[in-house]
Each structure stands twice: as C-alpha cells, then as structure tokens.
Write a protein that binds this ligand. Structure first.
Ligand code: FCB
Length: 463
C-alpha cells in the first residue's frame, strides 16, 4: 500500500459556499454577494446569504466531521468578515469566529488548514479596481498578516490563494464568476497581481513564523483532440492558461515564453516590475492541487463534439484563443458534465515531478457532483461518488509509487454547498444538506470515506 502512515485524508469547504450569516457582526460585502444578488448571474437566483448556516452551526459541523473520523479540514476565511472594506486592523468579531472554529477543530482532534482567499474579495476593493489593480496585492498581504497574527499560534498549514485561474480568467475574462467582467486586459493584469499577492502574503506569513505555506492551483491534464497543428496549438494554449501560467512563475520564477508571446497583443500580463517574479517565486512548503478532469482540446470551432453550448459557456476564458475548446472524450460525466478521468490526476502529478522542482504536493480538492436522492429512511446511496473518490485515490497511490511526493488528499466537499454560478442545484458533499431544514445526513460516501480514513487508506476493504 502506498499511503504512508502520515498521509493526510481530509475534507474541504470554502467560506462563501457554507457560512451564510452574510450580514452578521459587521461583515462587509464581497464580490460574490454582489454578483449573486445580480439577476441572471447564478442559477435559480441562489445566493450565499444563508448557505448551510455553518457560521451558526459550526460546532455541530465539527462534531459531524469528528464522527466521521476526519483528521484534517481545509476551510477558508472570508476576507470581508475580517476587513469589511479590505483594509485595517481586522474586526474582532470576525477574527473571533475563526478562532473559535479553530479551537473547536483542535479539541476534536482535527488539524485546521486555512485558505486565505477563496474568491470573496471585499466589494470595496473591487470598487477600487479589484485584482487588475496592483494595490490589491498589498491589501491581500496585509489581510493575510492580520489573520495569521490571530490564528498562527494554532494553525500551521496556510494556503494563500485558491485557484487564481478562476479569480482572474473566469472573474474578469469569461465573466461567469464574480465580478463578472469581460475584459481581457483586466484578466491578464489580475493574473500578475494575484500571484504578486501570493508572493507578498507568503513573505508576510513566513516573517511571522508560519511553518507551512502554499498556494492551490486548479490543474488539468490537457491533450489535443488530434495531432493536427490546429488542435495541438489549441491544447498548448489551454495548458498554458490552466497550468503553466501559474506553475511556472511560482515554481520557476518566470512566465512561460510562449504565453508571453501569444499575449503580447493584449499587453501581456500588464505591468511586471523588476523583482516581482522573485517575490512570486518566494519558496513555498507545499503545492496544493485541485483536480477535477482532463481537457481534450480542439482548435476547430466546428468540431462536432464541442462541450458547453447548452450551458452557455461560449464566452471563453482563454484570452486570444476563443476557439480553443473542450471536446468529449468518451468518459462518464458528473452532474456538472465534467468527464471522470482519474488517469488525468496521475498524469498531472507525474508531470509535476517531471517538469518542476521537487515540492511536497497535497491534493487540496477532488470530488464530484451527482444528482443525489435522499431516501425516505434518510440515506443517500451515492455509489458514483464512492467510485469517483476511490478511483482518484487509486490514481494518487499509483503516483506515489511513481515517486511523486504526494502528502495528502482533501475531498471536495464535506457538505453540500453553494456551487458558485450553479447555485445549490449541484451537490458535491459527502454529507447531504436539506437547505430548507438545514438537516445534515451523511451519504454512503461519507461512511465509506470514514472507513478509508480509519484504515489508513485501504481502498479494497472500505466499501
Ligand atoms: C473548485 C472550487 C471549489 C468548488 C469546486 C467544485 O473550482 O475551488 O470552491 O466549487 O470547484
């Protein structure tokens, strides 16, 4: 068996997706509050106002996690709960909430892993320009320092950003996420400022003695649909946007040449000052990887198997490469229409080992949405989710055998929650939540995962 004794089997959530209590204790607005309250942005007009009310129910939720035997939990801090307008000393009430959550977790034997930015930029900072504005990077580092000052005595694991690809290209280019803009230049300068914010925050945390600091990137296996020049070039670009544009500056201290060349007509990544890449590549202790699927890419706008038309995904996040599109490659689909491809996770992990400097890796998210049914006797038989997680854990195990320094796996997600532009209709949790009553019911996958954890990663005996 490839999972060492100290391999981490955890679960993950994010603040805006679960907390609710949007107006509690002076919390400010985030870009997601404003976006979700704008008509037509989120399926069914759903918002995170109440979500699963975790803010008020966190003790019960920690008890559920402890009952399942979870030993590690990744959650995010809501920036506008700490700094309502994105600056200043920090609100006592907000800091106190995360302090109590941390204490509750530790008392239950659960190690907290804190993500500082899971997409909820204070709206006031968006109004001052948002991530396209360089100043936002410094604001983020200051906020990171405030949070660490309050939790750093108990929290050892820190993730600066979650998925800067989404914050930049989906927020500012395709506009499917908050703040919902379609401005290629803004998206490109956001990339640089998010990464700069990561570098500055890493330095601030390290200066305060943080032990483990990393960043979480959403990485994909990317293959061309054929070996035609059109398809291979489109796949190169998608790999550039999704993977290399973030991995290279953080781990190698430079942006990929081919991307800089492609993006030159849009002004590149905006203003990159001397020393910026040095800051961005400040050594980190771990790389967080979120993995969901493999993209098979065509450059042919008339390809018969294009994905996305029906779901209104024609607005491309890929600046300058709108025809680079995903095609189906014959794997089963999740409820979000994502192809289930565990080998892609193996490919991502072994590629990191091959092409990047050695660094401990943690899967900070992996999981799937399925159309769960709660039976009359209060069970959810989510066999597909069990198979999904089992097959991806098996891919992790093979990657470890191939020499990848993989240290942990966090399942997305512990609880059903607000799935961004998809609202509450898509369920990712291993614990079912009835959004009317807030009743939590562990699904079969939760019970299965619990056995995996208790057995130290045995995938055969668990089901
Ligand atoms: C990731 C996000 C996470 C969740 C999953 C399904 O991109 O980080 O919050 O929505 O997708």
């Amino acid at each position: 068996m490839s999972f060492s004794e100290d391999f981490v089997f955890g679960g993950a959530t994010a603040a805006y997706q679960i907390e609710g209590a949007a107006g509690a204790d002076g919390r400010g607005l985030s870009i997601w509050d404003v976006f979700a309250h704008t008509e037509g942005r989120v399926v069914n007009g759903d918002t995170g106002d109440v979500a699963i009310d975790h803010f008020h129910r966190f003790k019960d939720d920690v008890a559920i996690m402890a009952g399942l035997g979870l030993k590690d939990y990744r959650f995010s801090v809501s920036w506008p709960r700490i700094q309502p307008d994105g600056r200043g000393r920090g609100l006592e009430a907000g800091l106190d909430f995360y302090s109590r959550l941390t204490d509750e977790l530790l008392a239950a034997g659960i190690t907290p892993w804190v993500t500082l930015y899971h997409w909820d930029l204070p709206q006031a900072l968006q109004e001052a320009g948002g991530w396209p504005e360089r100043e936002t990077a410094q604001r983020f580092a200051d906020y990171a320092a405030v949070v660490h000052q309050h939790l750093g005595d108990r929290v050892k694991h820190w993730i600066t950003l979650n998925e800067p690809f989404c914050s930049s290209f989906i927020g500012y280019a395709s506009g499917r996420h908050a703040p919902g803009l379609r401005d290629p230049k803004a998206a490109l300068s956001s990339v640089h400022h998010l990464l700069l914010g990561h570098g500055l925050a890493t330095q601030a945390l390290k200066a305060q003695g943080a032990e483990q600091v990393g960043i979480t990137l959403n990485l994909y296996a990317v293959d061309p649909a054929s070996d035609s020049a059109l398809d291979t070039d489109a796949a190169r670009r998608v790999d550039g946007f999704q993977n290399r544009l973030f991995l290279d500056p953080v781990l190698k201290g430079r942006y990929p040449q081919d991307m800089l060349h492609d993006l030159a007509e849009f002004g590149g990544l905006g203003e990159v000052r001397d020393g910026d890449l040095q800051l961005i590549s400040t050594p980190i202790d771990l790389l967080g990887v979120n993995y969901y699927t493999r993209y098979v890419i065509t450059g042919n706008p008339d390809h018969p198997d294009l994905v996305g038309e029906r779901r209104g995904q024609l607005d491309s996040p890929y600046v300058g490469a709108p025809n680079a599109r995903e095609v189906r490659h014959g794997m089963p689909l999740t409820d979000l229409g994502w192809e289930i491809d565990p080998d892609g996770l193996y490919d991502v992990l072994t590629r990191l080992k091959r092409e990047y400097p050695a660094i401990p890796i943690v899967i900070t998210e992996n999981g799937a949405a399925f159309a769960d049914v709660l039976t009359d006797d209060g069970a959810v038989h989510d066999e597909q989710r069990i198979a999904y997680v089992r097959d991806h854990l098996a891919a992790c195990s093979r990657a470890i055998d191939a020499g990848v320094p993989l240290k942990g796996y966090f399942l997305w997600s512990v609880f059903d929650n607000f799935e961004w532009a998809e609202g509450y209709a898509k369920r990712f949790g291993v614990v079912h939540v009835d959004y009317e009553t807030q009743v939590r019911t562990p699904k079969d996958s939760a019970l299965w995962y619990s056995k995996v954890i208790r057995s130290g990663g045995s995938l055969d005996d668990a089901s």
